[in-house]
Write a protein that binds this ligand. Structure first.
Ligand SMILES: *Cc1c(COP(=O)(O)O)cnc(C)c1O
Length: 348
């Protein structure tokens, strides 16, 4: 059953391929805390070059990338401007408050995005009564926005407003490379307006562990202090960095298949009675769909799907999220839609 499971739960569920495992097995290693792990150094150089930044730092997770950036750019009592659906707000255990003592100013807006007018309205007058606003954070692609891609002009514009007001800018680029592949805008163009940003290795790139944070040399120097403080400094980390090097060389362009499979899935879902795809503009690898028309809760649909070998998670009472990735192909996606159709017809 687990062998045949069609796993659309998340692009985090990918397993390293045989070729990636070979790269891991053959990795040259050293002591990462002394900057002497050649494979980690190589990965960092590759990401810095890809993103057009001076330096980069390998970290155990994307959450740590976000939390270290927040720590470097803010002081306790200061405020971060971001979208209410941001991962930093919803899925990081309150880390921005607990580790950095920050407040967040949560903006609304379609598909995980906001406008320059909203940022201007959120800017506070400066005085001793007001919290200092120190950081603007953007998520691209916007996860809860449906895998939506920010237009580069809109990113440049909101970052300009932030910089003029003296804020730093940070990009949660967990899935930036999905945006790059789908839009044709280069990673370094997307990165340019940001003082810091990171990409995840363990999502669409198919690695088992890690994220890479990038920025100026002085930013990365500070980030390394907090990497150590938070217990994220490693030793022979080349064993996991090797997967990242492999993925950057082999797994970027193929993400266009994931995006085509997601669009294919959305087309099939639209024809299932009781299922609604609220946002049909599938830009990358996610499809959110609503099952209230079936009379079942999203959790019930999810559990019945799992009984039939398809894993798709519920994200609310009525919605599920399907995510395509390198361990699912076109046939898997077609089969998953057929199973969903049977579940929605009430088949047990
Ligand atoms: C997954 C994700 C993270 C966290 O990454 P981990 O590597 O799982 O810690 C942060 N931001 C976004 C938008 C994500 O999707």
């Amino acid at each position: 059953m687990t062998q045949n499971l069609i796993n659309l739960y998340s692009d985090t569920q990918t397993k390293p391929s045989a070729e990636m495992r070979e790269a891991i097995a053959n990795a040259e290693v050293g002591d990462e805390q002394q900057e002497a792990d050649p494979t980690t150094n190589r990965l960092q150089d590759m990401v810095a070059e890809l993103l057009g930044k001076e330096a980069a730092l390998f970290l155990p997770s994307g959450v740590m990338c976000n939390q270290i950036a927040v720590k470097v750019w803010t002081n306790p009592g200061e405020e971060i401007i971001l979208h209410e659906s941001a991962h930093i707000v919803n899925f990081e255990s309150g880390g921005a408050a607990a580790l950095s003592g920050t407040m967040t100013r949560d903006l609304t807006g379609d598909r995980g995005m906001f406008t320059t007018d909203q940022v201007r309205e959120a800017l506070r007058s400066k005085g001793r009564h007001q919290p200092v606003q120190s950081l603007l954070a953007v998520e691209n692609t916007a996860n809860l926005g449906g895998g939506a891609i920010w237009p580069i002009e809109q990113i440049e514009a909101v970052c300009d407003v932030a910089h003029e007001a003296g804020l730093k800018t940070h990009l949660d680029g967990a899935r930036l490379l999905n945006a790059v592949v789908a839009s044709g805008t280069s990673a370094s163009d997307y990165a340019a307006p940001f003082d810091s940003l990171w990409i995840d290795l363990s999502k669409g790139l198919g690695c088992p562990v890690g994220g890479v944070l990038a920025g100026s040399r002085s930013f990365i120097e500070e980030a390394f202090r907090y990497k150590h403080m938070y217990g994220g400094a490693m030793r022979q980390s080349g064993m996991i960095a090797a997967a990242g090097v492999y993925a950057l060389n082999h797994n970027i362009d193929r993400m266009k298949d994931d995006h085509e499979n997601a669009r294919h899935l959305a087309k099939l879902l639209v024809d299932i009675p009781g299922v609604v795809v609220p946002d049909k503009n599938i830009e990358t690898n996610m499809v959110f769909f609503d099952v209230s028309g079936t009379g079942m809760s999203a959790a019930e649909v999810s559990s019945r799907l799992l009984d039939k070998g398809v894993k798709i998670g519920a994200t609310s009472e009525t919605r599920l999220r399907a995510v395509t990735h390198l361990d699912v192909n076109r046939d898997h996606v077609t089969a998953a839609a057929e199973v969903l159709a049977r579940v929605c017809q009430g088949e047990n």
